[in-house]
Design a binder for this molecule. Structure first.
Ligand SMILES: CCCCCCCCCCCCCCCCCC(=O)SCCNC(=O)CCNC(=O)[C@H](O)C(C)(C)COP(=O)(O)OP(=O)(O)OC[C@H]1O[C@@H](n2cnc3c(N)ncnc32)[C@H](O)[C@@H]1OP(=O)(O)O
Length: 237
C-alpha cells in the first residue's frame, strides 16, 4: 500500500501546480489577467476527478454520475470559497466584524480544499434529495497521516462532519458529533461515507453515517451528529 502511495506521490509532485494553473503565472502579467486567473481558481469546482484519483475513486465516481442521469442523484460541486452572497448571508448569523480582520477574511478558504492534488482531502459528494441522504467518496492523501500508514482520526472526523452537513442544506452549525472508530483507515485508500437525515425536530437535525471500504466488507466508523439551523434572531458570537 505504501509503495503505491509513494508512486502516487511522485506523479502528484510531477503534476503539482497544474491543477490551479494560476499560481504558476509569472509576476509580469497585467493585473487584469492576474485577477481573471484568481477568479478562475475561486470558482473552480474541486469535486471532479484529477490525476491523483485512484482507480477505485474514479470507478465509483463514474457509477454515481450514471445515477445522476435520471435526476434521482446530484453531484454537489465544491468550491474553496463561498460566493459573496453566501458569505454575506452567513455573516448576518454569527460574524462579529471585530473578530476577524476583513483582509484575513478575504484569504479564507475551505481547509479541506487547501492541499495540492492528492496530498490531502480528495472527495466528492452525491446527494439523493428524495431519500434525504448523501454518499461521500473520500480518498485521504499522505498529508493526512496520523499513526504511520494510517489516516488521522481528526481527518476522518472532518470528512464525517462535511458528509453529515451535506445532508442538511441551508445555514446550520454542528452542535454535536459522536464517532466510533472501529477499524483504522489505510492512508491513500478510498472510503465511502453513507449519511442520512434521521429526524428533524424544530431547528434540530439528527443525522447518522457509516464509513466503509469500497468493497463494503470493512466498517471503519459509525457516527451521529446533531446540527442546528441557525436562528437569524440570534448571534452565535
Ligand atoms: C450559508 C450556508 C451555506 C450552506 C451550504 C451547504 C453546502 C453543503 C455542502 C457543504 C457542507 C459543509 C458542511 C460543513 C460542516 C462544517 C460545520 C462546522 O464546522 S460548524 C463549526 C463547529 N460548530 C460550532 O462551532 C458550533 C458552536 N455552537 C453554536 O454556535 C451554538 O451552540 C449552536 C448554533 C449550535 C446552537 O445555538 P443556538 O442557536 O443558540 O441554539 P439553542 O441553544 O437555542 O439550542 C437549540 C436546540 O438545540 C439543542 N442543542 C444545542 N446544542 C446542543 C448540543 N450540543 N447537544 C444537544 N442538544 C443541543 C438545545 O437543547 C435546543 O433544543 P430544544 O430546547 O429546542 O429542544
Amino acid at each position: 500500500m505504501l509503495r503505491s502511495c509513494t508512486a502516487g506521490l511522485r506523479s502528484i509532485w510531477a503534476l503539482r501546480g497544474r491543477r490551479e494553473g494560476a499560481p504558476r503565472l509569472s509576476m509580469d502579467l497585467q493585473p487584469a489577467r492576474r485577477l481573471f486567473s484568481t477568479e478562475k481558481v475561486i470558482h473552480k469546482d474541486w469535486a471532479l476527478p484529477n490525476p491523483s484519483w485512484s482507480k477505485d475513486l474514479k470507478l465509483l465516481f463514474d457509477q454515481f454520475m450514471k445515477k445522476c442521469e435520471d435526476g434521482s442523484w446530484e453531484r454537489l460541486p465544491s468550491y474553496k470559497r463561498r460566493s459573496t452572497q453566501e458569505s454575506e448571508d452567513f455573516k448576518t448569523y454569527f460574524l462579529d466584524p471585530k473578530l476577524v480582520e476583513e483582509e484575513r477574511l478575504s484569504q479564507a478558504q475551505l481547509f479541506t480544499r487547501g492541499f495540492e492534488d492528492g496530498l490531502g482531502f480528495e472527495y466528492v459528494i452525491f446527494k439523493n434529495n428524495d431519500e434525504k441522504r448523501t454518499v461521500c467518496l473520500f480518498q485521504g492523501g499522505p498529508y493526512l497521516q496520523g499513526v504511520p500508514g494510517l489516516l488521522h482520526g481528526g481527518a476522518m472526523a472532518t470528512m464525517i462532519d462535511i458528509a453529515l452537513g451535506s445532508c442538511t442544506g441551508g445555514a446550520v452549525m454542528t452542535a454535536n458529533l459522536n464517532i466510533n472508530f472501529k477499524r483504522p483507515v489505510p492512508l491513500c485508500s478510498v472510503v465511502v461515507i453513507n449519511s442520512q437525515l434521521d429526524k428533524l425536530e424544530g431547528r434540530k437535525l439528527f443525522l447518522s453515517c457509516n464509513v466503509r471500504s469500497v468493497d463494503e466488507k470493512t466498517l471503519y466508523s459509525e457516527a451521529t451528529g446533531l446540527f442546528i439551523k441557525l436562528d437569524p434572531e440570534k448571534s452565535s458570537t
